[in-house]
Write a protein that binds this ligand. Structure first.
Ligand SMILES: *[C@@H]1O[C@H](CO)[C@@H](O)[C@H](O)[C@H]1NC(C)=O
Ligand SMILES: *[C@@H]1O[C@H](CO)[C@@H](O)[C@H](O)[C@H]1NC(C)=O
Ligand SMILES: *[C@@H]1O[C@H](CO)[C@@H](O)[C@H](O)[C@H]1NC(C)=O
Length: 376
Protein backbone atom coordinates (compact mmCIF):
# COMPACT_ATOMS: atom_id res chain seq x y z
CA UNK A 1 0.00 0.00 0.00
CA UNK A 2 2.81 2.32 0.98
CA UNK A 3 4.71 1.41 -2.18
CA UNK A 4 1.63 2.01 -4.32
CA UNK A 5 1.16 5.46 -2.79
CA UNK A 6 4.82 6.17 -3.46
CA UNK A 7 4.44 5.17 -7.10
CA UNK A 8 1.28 7.24 -7.52
CA UNK A 9 2.97 10.29 -6.11
CA UNK A 10 6.21 10.03 -8.05
CA UNK A 11 5.30 8.21 -11.27
CA UNK A 12 3.94 11.25 -13.12
CA UNK A 13 7.18 13.13 -12.50
CA UNK A 14 9.55 10.31 -13.23
CA UNK A 15 9.18 10.12 -16.99
CA UNK A 16 9.54 13.80 -17.83
CA UNK A 17 12.55 14.01 -15.52
CA UNK A 18 14.24 11.06 -17.19
CA UNK A 19 13.54 12.45 -20.64
CA UNK A 20 14.93 15.81 -19.59
CA UNK A 21 18.06 14.19 -18.17
CA UNK A 22 18.66 12.35 -21.45
CA UNK A 23 18.16 15.50 -23.38
CA UNK A 24 20.58 17.57 -21.30
CA UNK A 25 23.45 15.13 -21.66
CA UNK A 26 22.85 14.47 -25.34
CA UNK A 27 22.23 18.03 -26.39
CA UNK A 28 25.67 19.27 -27.32
CA UNK A 29 24.89 22.71 -28.62
CA UNK A 30 26.31 24.28 -31.75
CA UNK A 31 29.69 25.45 -32.95
CA UNK A 32 29.64 29.01 -34.29
CA UNK A 33 32.61 29.91 -36.51
CA UNK A 34 32.13 33.66 -36.30
CA UNK A 35 33.14 36.43 -37.15
CA UNK A 36 33.05 37.92 -33.66
CA UNK A 37 33.78 41.41 -32.32
CA UNK A 38 37.29 42.16 -30.98
CA UNK A 39 35.75 42.86 -27.57
CA UNK A 40 34.07 39.51 -27.02
CA UNK A 41 32.05 39.08 -23.83
CA UNK A 42 34.13 41.64 -21.96
CA UNK A 43 37.67 40.73 -23.10
CA UNK A 44 39.37 42.74 -25.84
CA UNK A 45 42.67 40.83 -25.85
CA UNK A 46 43.73 39.67 -29.34
CA UNK A 47 44.03 35.86 -29.47
CA UNK A 48 46.70 34.26 -31.66
CA UNK A 49 44.27 32.12 -33.69
CA UNK A 50 40.65 32.39 -34.84
CA UNK A 51 38.03 32.05 -32.14
CA UNK A 52 34.96 29.90 -32.30
CA UNK A 53 31.99 29.84 -29.96
CA UNK A 54 30.35 26.74 -28.54
CA UNK A 55 26.74 27.84 -27.99
CA UNK A 56 24.83 25.66 -25.54
CA UNK A 57 22.31 25.75 -22.74
CA UNK A 58 23.25 25.18 -19.13
CA UNK A 59 21.30 25.87 -15.94
CA UNK A 60 18.51 27.36 -18.04
CA UNK A 61 20.80 29.93 -19.68
CA UNK A 62 21.99 30.36 -23.25
CA UNK A 63 25.78 30.41 -22.97
CA UNK A 64 28.81 30.71 -25.21
CA UNK A 65 32.17 29.12 -24.57
CA UNK A 66 34.94 30.72 -26.66
CA UNK A 67 37.71 28.40 -27.83
CA UNK A 68 40.54 27.95 -30.32
CA UNK A 69 40.78 24.69 -32.26
CA UNK A 70 44.09 24.59 -34.05
CA UNK A 71 46.17 22.34 -36.25
CA UNK A 72 49.63 22.71 -37.76
CA UNK A 73 48.04 24.57 -40.71
CA UNK A 74 46.99 27.40 -38.40
CA UNK A 75 50.59 28.02 -37.32
CA UNK A 76 51.76 29.15 -40.73
CA UNK A 77 48.91 31.61 -41.19
CA UNK A 78 47.97 32.98 -37.78
CA UNK A 79 44.57 34.68 -37.57
CA UNK A 80 43.47 33.39 -40.94
CA UNK A 81 40.31 31.37 -41.10
CA UNK A 82 40.55 27.78 -42.21
CA UNK A 83 37.66 25.65 -43.33
CA UNK A 84 37.22 23.26 -40.45
CA UNK A 85 33.81 21.92 -41.49
CA UNK A 86 35.25 18.72 -42.95
CA UNK A 87 36.87 17.81 -39.66
CA UNK A 88 33.66 18.37 -37.72
CA UNK A 89 32.42 15.18 -36.10
CA UNK A 90 35.42 13.15 -37.19
CA UNK A 91 38.08 11.50 -35.05
CA UNK A 92 40.47 11.03 -37.91
CA UNK A 93 41.33 13.18 -40.85
CA UNK A 94 41.93 11.80 -44.30
CA UNK A 95 45.39 12.43 -45.69
CA UNK A 96 47.10 11.42 -48.94
CA UNK A 97 48.15 8.19 -47.23
CA UNK A 98 44.70 7.36 -45.88
CA UNK A 99 43.12 8.21 -42.55
CA UNK A 100 45.50 9.56 -39.92
CA UNK A 101 44.78 9.26 -36.22
CA UNK A 102 44.19 12.60 -34.59
CA UNK A 103 46.16 13.14 -31.41
CA UNK A 104 44.40 15.85 -29.47
CA UNK A 105 45.43 17.97 -26.50
CA UNK A 106 43.05 20.16 -24.47
CA UNK A 107 44.62 23.04 -22.55
CA UNK A 108 42.86 24.45 -19.47
CA UNK A 109 43.75 27.99 -18.35
CA UNK A 110 44.19 29.16 -14.75
CA UNK A 111 41.95 31.62 -12.93
CA UNK A 112 44.17 34.62 -13.74
CA UNK A 113 44.89 33.57 -17.32
CA UNK A 114 43.03 32.79 -20.56
CA UNK A 115 43.18 30.40 -23.50
CA UNK A 116 45.59 32.80 -25.23
CA UNK A 117 48.21 32.18 -22.50
CA UNK A 118 48.76 28.68 -23.94
CA UNK A 119 50.00 29.98 -27.32
CA UNK A 120 53.57 28.79 -26.95
CA UNK A 121 52.60 25.40 -25.52
CA UNK A 122 50.18 24.86 -28.41
CA UNK A 123 52.96 25.62 -30.91
CA UNK A 124 55.31 23.15 -29.20
CA UNK A 125 52.68 20.38 -29.10
CA UNK A 126 51.90 20.81 -32.82
CA UNK A 127 55.46 21.17 -34.07
CA UNK A 128 57.51 18.80 -31.91
CA UNK A 129 55.13 17.18 -29.45
CA UNK A 130 53.42 14.68 -31.76
CA UNK A 131 50.00 16.34 -31.60
CA UNK A 132 47.92 17.36 -34.60
CA UNK A 133 44.99 19.06 -32.86
CA UNK A 134 44.99 21.44 -29.88
CA UNK A 135 41.73 22.71 -28.39
CA UNK A 136 41.95 25.64 -25.95
CA UNK A 137 38.70 26.80 -24.30
CA UNK A 138 37.91 29.78 -22.11
CA UNK A 139 35.74 28.48 -19.28
CA UNK A 140 32.27 29.95 -18.67
CA UNK A 141 32.69 33.10 -16.56
CA UNK A 142 36.22 33.75 -17.91
CA UNK A 143 37.92 35.73 -20.65
CA UNK A 144 35.95 35.66 -23.93
CA UNK A 145 33.21 33.27 -22.77
CA UNK A 146 29.79 34.25 -21.35
CA UNK A 147 29.70 35.90 -17.94
CA UNK A 148 26.52 34.58 -16.31
CA UNK A 149 27.68 35.99 -12.95
CA UNK A 150 25.35 35.37 -10.04
CA UNK A 151 22.91 33.42 -12.20
CA UNK A 152 25.30 30.46 -12.53
CA UNK A 153 26.16 27.72 -10.04
CA UNK A 154 29.92 27.35 -10.59
CA UNK A 155 31.24 23.88 -9.83
CA UNK A 156 34.31 22.02 -11.07
CA UNK A 157 31.94 19.27 -12.25
CA UNK A 158 29.88 21.78 -14.24
CA UNK A 159 32.99 23.27 -15.90
CA UNK A 160 34.30 19.75 -16.63
CA UNK A 161 30.93 18.80 -18.15
CA UNK A 162 30.89 21.95 -20.30
CA UNK A 163 34.39 21.09 -21.55
CA UNK A 164 33.39 17.48 -22.15
CA UNK A 165 30.33 18.52 -24.15
CA UNK A 166 32.44 20.94 -26.20
CA UNK A 167 34.85 18.10 -27.05
CA UNK A 168 31.92 15.84 -27.96
CA UNK A 169 30.44 18.57 -30.18
CA UNK A 170 33.83 18.80 -31.93
CA UNK A 171 33.86 15.02 -32.43
CA UNK A 172 36.94 14.55 -30.28
CA UNK A 173 37.75 11.03 -29.17
CA UNK A 174 38.06 10.87 -25.40
CA UNK A 175 40.48 7.94 -25.35
CA UNK A 176 43.99 9.08 -26.02
CA UNK A 177 43.13 12.64 -25.05
CA UNK A 178 45.79 14.73 -23.31
CA UNK A 179 44.53 17.28 -20.79
CA UNK A 180 46.97 19.97 -19.64
CA UNK A 181 45.83 22.28 -16.85
CA UNK A 182 47.57 25.16 -15.09
CA UNK A 183 46.62 26.48 -11.64
CA UNK A 184 42.80 26.38 -11.41
CA UNK A 185 42.88 24.62 -14.79
CA UNK A 186 44.94 21.88 -13.11
CA UNK A 187 42.32 21.48 -10.37
CA UNK A 188 39.71 21.32 -13.14
CA UNK A 189 41.84 18.78 -15.04
CA UNK A 190 41.88 16.55 -11.94
CA UNK A 191 38.09 16.79 -11.65
CA UNK A 192 37.74 16.16 -15.39
CA UNK A 193 39.88 13.00 -15.20
CA UNK A 194 37.92 11.75 -12.17
CA UNK A 195 34.62 12.29 -14.01
CA UNK A 196 35.81 10.87 -17.34
CA UNK A 197 38.50 8.34 -16.44
CA UNK A 198 40.57 6.75 -19.19
CA UNK A 199 43.76 4.78 -18.75
CA UNK A 200 44.77 5.68 -22.29
CA UNK A 201 44.74 9.39 -21.61
CA UNK A 202 47.29 11.78 -20.19
CA UNK A 203 46.82 14.38 -17.49
CA UNK A 204 49.46 17.06 -17.09
CA UNK A 205 49.24 19.32 -14.06
CA UNK A 206 51.19 22.57 -14.05
CA UNK A 207 51.32 24.02 -10.52
CA UNK A 208 47.69 23.03 -9.97
CA UNK A 209 45.83 24.60 -7.08
CA UNK A 210 43.79 22.26 -4.87
CA UNK A 211 46.69 19.99 -3.87
CA UNK A 212 45.60 20.86 -0.33
CA UNK A 213 42.23 21.53 1.33
CA UNK A 214 42.51 25.24 2.18
CA UNK A 215 39.56 25.44 4.59
CA UNK A 216 40.58 22.25 6.43
CA UNK A 217 44.06 23.74 6.93
CA UNK A 218 42.58 26.78 8.67
CA UNK A 219 41.66 29.34 5.99
CA UNK A 220 38.62 31.14 7.44
CA UNK A 221 35.60 30.76 5.17
CA UNK A 222 34.92 34.00 3.29
CA UNK A 223 31.43 34.64 1.94
CA UNK A 224 30.76 35.15 -1.76
CA UNK A 225 29.57 38.68 -0.88
CA UNK A 226 32.89 39.56 0.78
CA UNK A 227 34.92 38.05 -2.07
CA UNK A 228 32.79 40.04 -4.53
CA UNK A 229 33.88 43.26 -2.79
CA UNK A 230 37.59 42.40 -3.09
CA UNK A 231 37.09 41.19 -6.68
CA UNK A 232 35.51 44.53 -7.56
CA UNK A 233 38.51 46.43 -6.24
CA UNK A 234 40.96 44.43 -8.42
CA UNK A 235 43.16 46.64 -10.60
CA UNK A 236 46.23 46.27 -12.79
CA UNK A 237 48.49 47.20 -9.86
CA UNK A 238 46.83 44.78 -7.41
CA UNK A 239 47.16 41.97 -9.99
CA UNK A 240 50.76 42.88 -10.67
CA UNK A 241 51.88 43.06 -7.06
CA UNK A 242 50.10 39.78 -6.22
CA UNK A 243 51.61 37.96 -9.20
CA UNK A 244 55.07 39.39 -8.63
CA UNK A 245 55.22 38.14 -5.04
CA UNK A 246 53.39 34.83 -5.48
CA UNK A 247 53.92 33.73 -9.09
CA UNK A 248 57.32 35.11 -10.06
CA UNK A 249 59.16 35.53 -6.75
CA UNK A 250 62.73 35.93 -8.03
CA UNK A 251 63.86 38.49 -10.47
CA UNK A 252 62.37 41.53 -12.14
CA UNK A 253 58.91 41.95 -13.66
CA UNK A 254 59.15 41.18 -17.39
CA UNK A 255 57.04 41.98 -20.45
CA UNK A 256 55.98 38.35 -20.74
CA UNK A 257 54.47 38.51 -17.23
CA UNK A 258 52.97 41.92 -17.96
CA UNK A 259 51.13 40.74 -21.07
CA UNK A 260 48.89 38.42 -19.01
CA UNK A 261 48.44 40.86 -16.11
CA UNK A 262 47.24 43.49 -18.60
CA UNK A 263 44.93 41.02 -20.35
CA UNK A 264 43.34 40.20 -16.98
CA UNK A 265 43.13 43.81 -15.78
CA UNK A 266 41.27 44.72 -18.99
CA UNK A 267 38.59 42.12 -18.18
CA UNK A 268 38.22 43.50 -14.63
CA UNK A 269 37.66 46.98 -16.04
CA UNK A 270 35.97 45.80 -19.26
CA UNK A 271 32.43 45.97 -20.59
CA UNK A 272 31.23 43.01 -18.46
CA UNK A 273 33.10 43.93 -15.31
CA UNK A 274 30.22 43.42 -12.90
CA UNK A 275 29.09 39.98 -14.08
CA UNK A 276 32.75 38.95 -14.41
CA UNK A 277 33.50 39.79 -10.75
CA UNK A 278 30.23 38.19 -9.59
CA UNK A 279 31.37 35.02 -11.35
CA UNK A 280 34.91 35.24 -9.98
CA UNK A 281 33.56 35.49 -6.41
CA UNK A 282 31.72 32.23 -7.05
CA UNK A 283 34.83 30.68 -8.60
CA UNK A 284 36.81 31.45 -5.42
CA UNK A 285 34.00 29.82 -3.43
CA UNK A 286 34.13 26.81 -5.78
CA UNK A 287 37.86 26.33 -5.22
CA UNK A 288 37.51 26.67 -1.44
CA UNK A 289 34.50 24.42 -0.99
CA UNK A 290 35.10 21.70 -3.59
CA UNK A 291 38.43 20.06 -2.72
CA UNK A 292 39.87 17.43 -5.07
CA UNK A 293 42.91 16.43 -2.97
CA UNK A 294 41.17 13.52 -1.21
CA UNK A 295 40.38 11.92 -4.57
CA UNK A 296 43.91 12.03 -6.01
CA UNK A 297 44.41 8.26 -5.25
CA UNK A 298 41.38 7.52 -7.45
CA UNK A 299 42.93 9.00 -10.62
CA UNK A 300 43.24 6.39 -13.39
CA UNK A 301 44.84 8.68 -15.96
CA UNK A 302 48.60 8.70 -16.54
CA UNK A 303 49.67 11.86 -14.75
CA UNK A 304 52.64 14.20 -14.98
CA UNK A 305 53.16 16.92 -12.37
CA UNK A 306 55.24 19.91 -13.52
CA UNK A 307 55.92 21.97 -10.42
CA UNK A 308 57.72 25.26 -9.88
CA UNK A 309 58.88 24.86 -6.29
CA UNK A 310 59.12 28.60 -5.53
CA UNK A 311 55.34 28.90 -5.92
CA UNK A 312 53.46 29.93 -2.77
CA UNK A 313 49.92 30.15 -4.18
CA UNK A 314 47.10 29.24 -1.80
CA UNK A 315 43.51 30.40 -2.08
CA UNK A 316 42.48 32.42 0.98
CA UNK A 317 46.03 32.87 2.22
CA UNK A 318 45.67 36.68 2.09
CA UNK A 319 42.89 36.67 4.68
CA UNK A 320 44.31 33.86 6.87
CA UNK A 321 46.10 34.33 10.22
CA UNK A 322 49.95 34.17 10.05
CA UNK A 323 50.22 30.66 11.52
CA UNK A 324 47.89 29.34 8.78
CA UNK A 325 49.70 31.30 6.05
CA UNK A 326 52.92 29.52 7.01
CA UNK A 327 51.61 26.03 6.20
CA UNK A 328 49.82 26.94 2.95
CA UNK A 329 51.10 26.91 -0.61
CA UNK A 330 54.29 24.97 0.09
CA UNK A 331 54.90 23.81 -3.48
CA UNK A 332 58.36 22.64 -2.40
CA UNK A 333 56.43 19.87 -0.58
CA UNK A 334 53.10 19.68 -2.42
CA UNK A 335 54.51 18.20 -5.64
CA UNK A 336 55.98 15.19 -3.83
CA UNK A 337 52.84 14.77 -1.73
CA UNK A 338 50.67 14.72 -4.88
CA UNK A 339 53.09 12.36 -6.66
CA UNK A 340 52.78 9.90 -3.76
CA UNK A 341 48.98 10.10 -3.86
CA UNK A 342 48.42 9.75 -7.64
CA UNK A 343 49.00 6.14 -8.77
CA UNK A 344 51.93 5.80 -11.20
CA UNK A 345 52.44 9.54 -11.57
CA UNK A 346 55.66 11.32 -12.51
CA UNK A 347 56.96 14.48 -10.86
CA UNK A 348 59.25 17.01 -12.51
CA UNK A 349 60.27 19.90 -10.26
CA UNK A 350 61.77 23.26 -11.15
CA UNK A 351 63.52 24.41 -7.95
CA UNK A 352 63.95 28.03 -9.08
CA UNK A 353 60.55 28.65 -10.76
CA UNK A 354 57.24 29.88 -9.38
CA UNK A 355 53.54 29.41 -10.13
CA UNK A 356 53.77 29.65 -13.93
CA UNK A 357 56.85 27.73 -15.14
CA UNK A 358 55.52 27.75 -18.74
CA UNK A 359 55.60 31.57 -18.67
CA UNK A 360 58.74 32.02 -16.57
CA UNK A 361 61.00 29.57 -18.43
CA UNK A 362 59.12 28.27 -21.49
CA UNK A 363 62.16 26.47 -22.95
CA UNK A 364 62.89 24.36 -19.89
CA UNK A 365 59.20 23.78 -19.25
CA UNK A 366 58.44 22.56 -22.77
CA UNK A 367 61.56 20.38 -22.90
CA UNK A 368 60.36 18.55 -19.76
CA UNK A 369 56.82 18.29 -21.15
CA UNK A 370 57.89 16.88 -24.53
CA UNK A 371 60.37 14.46 -22.91
CA UNK A 372 57.56 12.91 -20.86
CA UNK A 373 55.10 12.83 -23.77
CA UNK A 374 57.66 11.09 -25.99
CA UNK A 375 58.58 8.53 -23.31
CA UNK A 376 54.92 7.57 -22.91
C1 LIG B 1 14.70 16.68 -26.38
O1 LIG B 1 14.05 17.92 -26.53
C2 LIG B 1 13.50 18.17 -27.80
C3 LIG B 1 12.88 19.56 -27.81
O2 LIG B 1 13.69 20.47 -27.17
C4 LIG B 1 12.45 17.08 -28.14
O3 LIG B 1 11.99 17.29 -29.45
C5 LIG B 1 13.11 15.71 -28.04
O4 LIG B 1 12.12 14.71 -28.24
C6 LIG B 1 13.76 15.53 -26.67
N1 LIG B 1 14.50 14.27 -26.64
C7 LIG B 1 14.41 13.40 -25.62
C8 LIG B 1 15.27 12.19 -25.71
O5 LIG B 1 13.70 13.61 -24.68
C1 LIG C 1 29.03 36.79 -25.98
O1 LIG C 1 29.44 37.10 -27.28
C2 LIG C 1 28.66 36.53 -28.32
C3 LIG C 1 29.31 36.88 -29.66
O2 LIG C 1 29.38 38.27 -29.85
C4 LIG C 1 27.23 37.05 -28.24
O3 LIG C 1 26.45 36.38 -29.20
C5 LIG C 1 26.69 36.78 -26.85
O4 LIG C 1 25.42 37.37 -26.72
C6 LIG C 1 27.62 37.34 -25.80
N1 LIG C 1 27.10 36.97 -24.50
C7 LIG C 1 26.74 37.86 -23.61
C8 LIG C 1 26.22 37.30 -22.33
O5 LIG C 1 26.83 39.07 -23.79
C1 LIG D 1 41.55 46.93 -24.44
O1 LIG D 1 41.00 47.88 -23.56
C2 LIG D 1 41.97 48.63 -22.84
C3 LIG D 1 41.26 49.48 -21.81
O2 LIG D 1 40.13 50.10 -22.37
C4 LIG D 1 42.83 49.42 -23.80
O3 LIG D 1 43.81 50.14 -23.11
C5 LIG D 1 43.50 48.43 -24.77
O4 LIG D 1 44.25 49.14 -25.73
C6 LIG D 1 42.48 47.56 -25.45
N1 LIG D 1 43.19 46.51 -26.21
C7 LIG D 1 42.84 46.13 -27.43
C8 LIG D 1 43.64 45.02 -28.03
O5 LIG D 1 41.93 46.64 -28.02
Amino acid sequence: MKLLAHLLVFAPFQFPLLALANNITSRNGKIDHGLFPADLNGSNFTYPWPLRLYRFQSQGLDLEMAFMDITINDLSSPNERTDRSKAKGANSRPTKNGPQRTKTAVLLHGRNFCAATWEETARVLLTGGGYNRVIIPDQIGFCKSSKPGSRYQFSLQQLALNTHNLLAALGTSLTGLTVIGHSMGGMLGIRYSLLYPSRNSNLILVNPIGLEDYLALGVPYQSIDDTFVTEQSTTYSSIRSYEQSTYYPNGPWTSSYDKWATMLANIYSGSQSRSFTQGQARVVDMVLTQPVVYELPLLKTKTLLLIGQKDTTAIGKQWSPPEVQQVLGRYDLLGKKARDMIPGSTLVEFPDLGHAPHIQDPERFHAALVRWLKSN
